[in-house]
Design a protein around this ligand. Structure first.
Ligand code: ASP
Ligand code: MG
Length: 403
């Protein structure tokens, strides 16, 4: 017997038929003798639909009321699922955020779960019933209804697993798990059986959107094992835990890419102390995140070029800031928003020499030009022209033996 938290995302509960299917999964786990807490999202599209409705009243819809509105999505699925189980002859009950209560801190639409009470639900589990908890919602110290950010049901599930001291936390979704790259674009992509928290964080922040990054961060902090698996197949999913639990046969675990980057080059800036700070200070003051920075070595010690990358939607604003920056001088400014970032991620890199040159050699063989490079302990990223993205991903996936 185990105490399990099972979380079901929007597509898993997207229709009444699917809710009945989820009820059957829960029934099976319950009949096998486990203590079950299910955390549910709103039916897919519901949260977006509610946001649209609020926007059609006002682009500045009251934040407090928006949270009250949005929590209704998860409220509906919780009741439908509990009702479905009861109809199948299984004792079940749903609770809303304030009934548990799930205590949060922070502003509306972006709160954090800080605690919740376990007594009543634990008692219910002991008396044999399936408990249903709505994801994404909470209540503040002042008694206001809050939400914890889009995709927040993952974070609710991790918090519930931690606070209820569960043996496992399974995230049910519409794919089989985490893949070595995007399986929709690269059919030879393979499901990863085991991955460490830090690799998962690199992959999800790079665009592999199967689980919310902040939920992985919390799980890592508490060393709480996660499993991502499909609602629609019986196949094993991807297990996420500490690096120590993994034997790294391969240097690279996955290849990720994102197509929302832009690159700016300042040509002919003075090569003297303080110039880089003068360039980047006003950019960061405007909350724009600079990703990679490259400064060429100047051959005459007078002038140099500085290239950096940012998110594409920040390009116009960044160019404006640079043009109005009276503290810097340069000959010319270039920008390119048709670039993408391709990254290889793997904890196995730490102990394998030669990964860097292999990546560069592979791209060269395909005649792909590298525009910028950045590295960290378990990640190597390059900026390339957007049109080369898929070819680059395919090549790297092959040379690092992931096909
Ligand atoms: N329903 C919320 C959203 O769509 C929370 C979630 O699905 O995790 O963002
Ligand atoms: Mg979701």
């Amino acid at each position: 017997m185990a105490k399990k938290v099972l979380k079901f995302g929007g597509t898993s509960v997207g229709t009444i038929e699917r809710i009945l299917h989820v009820a059957n999964i829960l029934k099976k786990e319950f009949v096998a003798g486990n203590e079950i807490i299910a955390v549910v999202s709103a039916m897919s599209g519901v949260t977006n639909g509610l946001i649209e409705q609020s926007n059609s009243i006002s682009k500045n819809f009251n934040k407090r009321e928006l949270d009250v509105l949005l929590t209704s999505g998860e409220q509906a699925t919780s009741a439908l699922l509990a009702g479905a189980l009861i109809d199948m002859g299984i004792n079940s009950k749903s609770w809303l955020n304030w009934q548990i209560p799930i205590l949060t801190e922070g502003e509306h639409s972006n709160s954090r779960i800080i605690n919740m009470s376990v007594t009543e639900i634990d008692k219910f589990l002991l008396n044999k019933g399936v408990a249903i908890i709505p994801g994404f919602q909470g209540i503040s110290k002042n008694g206001e209804i809050t939400t914890i950010g889009r995709g927040g049901s993952d974070a609710t599930a991790v918090a519930v697993a931690k606070i209820f001291n569960a043996d496992s936390c399974e995230i049910y979704t519409d794919v089989d798990g985490v893949f070595s790259t995007d399986p929709n674009k690269i059919p030879v992509a393979k499901k990863i059986n085991k991955i460490s928290y830090d690799e998962m964080l690199e992959l999800s922040s790079l665009g592999a959107k199967v689980i919310q990054s902040s939920a992985v961060q919390t799980a890592m902090m508490y060393n709480l094992p996660l499993e991502i698996r499909s609602t629609f197949t019986e196949r094993n999913g991807t297990k996420i835990f500490n690096r120590e639990n993994i034997d790294y046969e391969k240097s690279v675990t996955g290849v990720a890419y994102s197509k929302d980057d832009a690159k700016i080059t300042l040509i002919g800036v003075l090569d003297k102390p303080g110039v880089a700070a003068d360039i980047f200070e006003p950019i960061s003051n405007d909350q724009i995140n600079v990703d990679m920075v490259i400064q060429n070595i100047s051959s005459d010690h007078k002038k140099t070029d500085i290239t950096f990358t940012i998110k594409r939607h920040d390009l116009l604003k960044t160019l404006e800031i640079l043009k109005h920056n009276k503290r810097i001088k340069y000959d010319e400014i270039n920008h390119n928003d048709r670039v993408s970032k391709v990254s290889i991620v793997g904890a196995g890199m730490v102990s394998t020499p030669g990964v860097t040159y292999k990546m560069f050699r592979g791209l060269a063989e395909k005649n792909i030009n590298i525009l910028a490079i950045s590295t960290s302990e378990i990640k190597l990223s390059v900026i390339i022209n957007e049109k080369d993205t898929l070819e680059a991903v395919k090549k790297l996936h092959t040379i690092f033996k992931l096909d």
